[in-house]
Design a protein around this ligand. Structure first.
Ligand code: NAD
Length: 321
């Protein structure tokens, strides 16, 4: 069994590889070759933590495993990020463990990659302004991955506490992109692509804030009760997701479906767009929404690539188990 620590995992996965891993995973799900198993997520009643498992099996990529971890809101006091996770991979032929890979950097990379896959397949090709709503740990990863998908010239960003936008500004500058911080309603109108990546529990972006032709990648809502956008946007938009069951249960779609504003039948899999089974954006003036809820197979696919790179490069620690 190979053990790969956080720093090594960070060195062995780049954004392009994460993109291909996630795009292939969505395609395998669409072809019925890969499936996610039911998610376990529980409040521990200790340290205010949320803890759980995401797992799945991809027969096309021979990938079986799980990600264990969750959210510890007081971790800054220990000098740690709030999200902590580890990925375990198993040999699908024998059930023997093959690798344990630290999953913190991987989670950020696979989440940003899912957002990027949605932009690649759904955003207008002439999109030139990228909007980022949120400036937490995930935001810079999102910005970098999104920026690679179109010839963006400008980033418009908003955060509840504007002081936290400095890291995003530096990341935009490093990519040669102009950076502005308009109020949220103006951001909605100015951006052609908007990535939302907050822990909000009520709509931030309202329907009247979003212009025709916009692509929204809603990445923050991954738990029942969270919400980032007005359900009216979903009522009016073409809606895509990583996995419909998760979108309805714990993604951005949960509220619009509950309110009767979004028929479950209208939620399409991004994987179907990747494989060509679904056309994707049908008109330049349409609003498209990707509800990126985060599936276990994304974690497994990037972890598998890291484990393969580690074997090639002689990195990681081997143990008899
Ligand atoms: P973080 O704690 O570092 O940052 C949280 C962000 O949310 C900050 O920008 C904060 O200002 C904003 N925020 C919180 N409450 C708000 C409110 N009421 N109004 C406006 N803004 C508010 O978190 P992070 O690691 O950057 O993750 C952001 C979100 O993305 C989290 O909710 C996390 O669970 C989610 N996430 C989703 C996936 C996925 O696959 N979909 C993966 C990882 C994280």
């Amino acid at each position: 069994m190979l053990i790969i620590d956080e720093q090594t995992a960070g060195h062995l996965l780049d954004a392009q590889e994460a993109f291909h891993a996630v795009e292939e995973t969505f395609a395998a799900m669409a072809r019925g070759q890969a499936r996610n198993f039911p998610v376990v997520r529980e409040a521990l009643g200790h340290a205010d933590a949320l803890y759980g498992f995401k797992s799945g099996f991809d027969s096309a990529g021979a990938t079986l495993g799980l990600k264990a971890g969750g959210y510890w809101p007081h971790n800054a006091e220990h000098g740690l990020t709030n999200h902590q996770s580890s990925v375990f991979l198993f040999d699908p032929d024998t059930g023997r463990p093959t690798a344990m890979v630290s999953g913190n950097h991987l989670t950020a990379m696979r989440t940003a990659a899912a957002c990027a896959v949605s932009i690649r397949h759904l955003a207008r090709t002439d999109a030139d302004t990228l909007g980022i709503v949120g400036a937490g740990h995930q935001a810079v990863y999102q910005l970098r991955a999104a920026a690679a998908q179109r010839r963006f010239e400008r980033v418009v960003a908003w955060n509840r506490t504007p002081g936290r936008l400095t890291e995003l500004a530096a990341a935009a500058e490093a990519l040669g992109l102009a950076f502005e911080t308009p109020p949220l309603h103006r951001l909605g109108h100015e951006a052609d692509v908007i990535v939302t990546i907050t822990s909000c529990h009520e709509p931030l972006l309202m329907a009247e804030h979003v212009g025709p032709g916009t692509h929204l990648a809603c990445m923050g809502t991954d738990t029942a009760g969270k919400q980032e956008i007005d359900p009216l946007i979903l009522q009016q938009a073409q809606v895509f997701t990583d996995e419909a069951a998760q979108a309805v249960g714990l993604g951005e779609c949960q509220h619009a479906v509950d309110a009767g504003q979004l028929d479950v039948e209208r939620i399409q899999a991004l994987g179907d767009v990747v494989t060509g089974q679904c056309a994707g954006r049908t008109a330049a003036g349409d609003i498209t929404v990707f509800d990126g809820t985060g599936v276990g197979l994304q974690d497994l696919s990037v972890a598998r690539r890291v484990a393969a790179r580690a074997l090639e490069a002689g990195r990681g620690q081997h143990i008899h188990f």
